[in-house]
Design a protein around this ligand. Structure first.
Ligand code: CA2
Length: 147
């Protein structure tokens, strides 16, 4: 009998729609379509990706609520909301599955205001500085945890 495909939600926050168009020295040349392709390629059999991006905090929160009970895990790059949003942390705290926080850049080598993350208070793992490969690593980890 065919097993149900498990969905992993990949969420990207503010300004990440511009990935690949600006600041390649920090964020590389790949765009969000490339991220989606590498995330899907990193999936184990029986898993699939749903990738979303918003510049709006409330939209990201609504998507996290909708992910409750319907997804196998969340990979989230919250963008600058990482450093500011207790509301995003509260939303992630309502989610029962694994959460992995991804940063394309190595935030700890950058400005001090990027060193603190509210999301890390909930994340089961944090990846920073692997470029977009960090998304693939996060997907592989969630597949392993949920197999
Ligand atoms: O390194 C990361 O992935 C960040 O989450 C990216 C955020 C930044 O505020 C965090 O401190 C670290 C910024 C996202 C902006 O993305 C852009 C990408 C390309 C061009 C312009 C913005």
């Amino acid at each position: 009998m065919e097993r149900d495909v498990k969905t992993i939600l990949v969420l990207n926050g503010p300004n990440l729609n511009l990935l690949g168009q600006r600041q390649p020295e920090i964020y590389g040349h790949e765009n969000l379509d490339d991220v989606k392709a590498l995330a899907q390629a990193a999936c184990a059999e029986g898993f699939s990706i749903e990738q979303k991006q918003s510049n709006w905090e409330g939209q990201l929160i609504d998507w996290i609520h909708e992910a409750r009970g319907t997804t196998a895990g969340i990979v989230i790059n919250p963008g600058a909301l990482t450093h500011t949003s207790v509301a995003l942390l509260d939303a992630l705290n309502t989610y029962e599955g694994p959460v992995i926080e991804v940063h394309i850049s190595q935030v700890h080598k950058r400005e001090p205001f990027r060193h603190h993350s509210y999301v890390s208070k909930r994340a089961d793992a944090v990846i920073a500085g692997l470029g977009v490969d960090g998304y693939g690593a996060a997907i592989r980890r969630i597949c392993k945890l949920q197999s």
